[in-house]
Ligand binder design. Structure first.
Ligand code: NAG
Ligand code: NAG
Length: 368
């Protein structure tokens, strides 16, 4: 009897120790990170697709640690990279990368694809891109793959505890409604009605994300769409931002924040966190010098007025110091601008983040 009891106590001790080690291992590993959306957050999925929406040639990646193009639409790191760094994690791999396998799956995955929008008919000219519904289908497939590795329950836990980032909507204006004069969508909807339609379709996508287990989701609004070098080159009169695209962004962003807040009320929890990237972008666009940029109008890489025409290619003009430019190419912020945007996501006031910033969320979640 005595012997049995002490054996039991001993085995219990071993068991507690083993569980303790598992738990501390789980605590040491950074939370998983999942990324959905367009070129602002694509880490290279489009490299694996037959599409013209790609960033796989120099000088893309010129300031990345490898100094080579990766598929990111940046001279170096992009927004998800800086968020991964804040989580103490390595960057997420593109979901289509063959390297994303085994243990690497536990870091998370990046499902984003340049050119996509909320709507399926956005970016049709790019043909083979991973549209939002397909990104979510891949997320489901990802979970089956991880479940085969660590079991269904652990997978659900990994997904529930993960941080999710979703960035889309800009292309629904630039590569749909305003792509050509008299576009099908602009004949179908007035701008205010189109924005309402986008928000209602976006809501469905976010509800699907919730159903797939996401419980902390950063949702970025669009930047000041009318002020990017491409729009200055195509639409600006005397150097000002395109009023029409600015109007689109200022209709879309507040309604997005409101929709996220409504969803949180429905779910009874702060699942969705709105990042007001219109404000963080406007900071350095309206006063570039205050942020150490020489210009926020001319892209570092491109050609024509504002270097805003066409794409950034090996034949384009290239600025010597990328850190001095708010825009890397005609549409995308430079690495340094991306780092500023993520700094506001992490520690910005409620002007930038609602209902709270990412540092606050990380602190809250580490306590539960
Ligand atoms: C997009 O296409 C998918 C697959 O055909 C479909 O299930 C989905 O409802 C479509 N989304 C919208 C917003 O039309
Ligand atoms: C955001 O984060 C910073 C740094 O963690 C914190 O000090 C600040 O109070 C937060 N601001 C808001 C409005 O939550």
């Amino acid at each position: 009897m005595m012997a049995t009891t002490s054996t039991t106590i001993f085995s219990l001790g071993v068991l507690v120790l083993a569980i303790g080690m598992l738990v501390s291992h789980a605590e040491a590993a950074p939370r998983a990170f999942f990324v959905f959306g367009d070129s602002l957050v694509d880490n290279g999925n489009n490299n694996y697709l037959a599409t013209t929406a790609r960033a796989d040639a120099p000088p893309y990646g010129i300031d990345y640690p490898t100094h080579r193009p990766t598929g990111r639409f940046s001279n170096g790191f992009n927004i998800p990279d800086f968020i991964s760094q804040a989580l103490g994690a390595e960057s997420t791999l593109p979901y289509l990368s063959p390297e994303l396998d085994g243990e690497k799956l536990l870091v998370g995955a990046n499902f984003a694809s340049a050119g996509i929008g909320i709507l399926n008919d956005t970016g049709i000219q790019f043909v083979n891109i991973i549209r939002m519904f397909q990104q979510l289908n891949y997320f489901e497939q990802y979970q089956r793959r991880v479940a085969a590795l660590i079991g269904a329950e652990q997978t659900e836990d990994l997904v529930n505890r993960a941080l999710v980032l979703i960035t889309c909507g800009g292309n629904d204006f630039v590569n749909n409604y305003y792509l050509v004069p008299f576009s099908a969508r602009s004949r179908q909807y007035s701008l205010p009605d189109y924005v309402k339609y986008l928000i209602s379709e976006y809501k469905k996508l976010l509800m699907r994300l919730y159903d797939l287990g996401a419980r902390r989701v950063l949702v970025t609004g669009t930047g000041p769409l009318g002020c990017v070098p491409a729009e200055l080159a195509q639409r600006s009169t005397n150097g000002g931002c395109s009023q029409e695209l600015q109007r689109a962004a200022s209709l879309f962003n507040p309604q997005l924040t409101q929709m996220l807040s409504d969803l949180n009320s429905e779910y009874g929890s702060d699942v969705f966190i709105a990042a007001n990237t219109q404000t963080s972008n406007s900071d350095f666009i309206s006063n570039p010098q205050a942020y150490g940029f020489v210009t926020s109008k001319v892209a570092c890489c491109g050609q024509g007025p504002y270097n805003g025409i066409g794409l950034c290619t090996p034949a384009s003009n290239l600025c010597p110091n990328r850190d001095e430019y708010a825009f890397w190419d005609p549409f995308h912020p430079s690495e340094r601008a991306n780092s500023y945007i993520v700094r506001q996501i992490l520690s910005g006031s409620t002007d930038y983040m609602s209902p709270m910033n990412l540092s606050t969320i990380l602190a809250l979640d580490s306590r539960t």
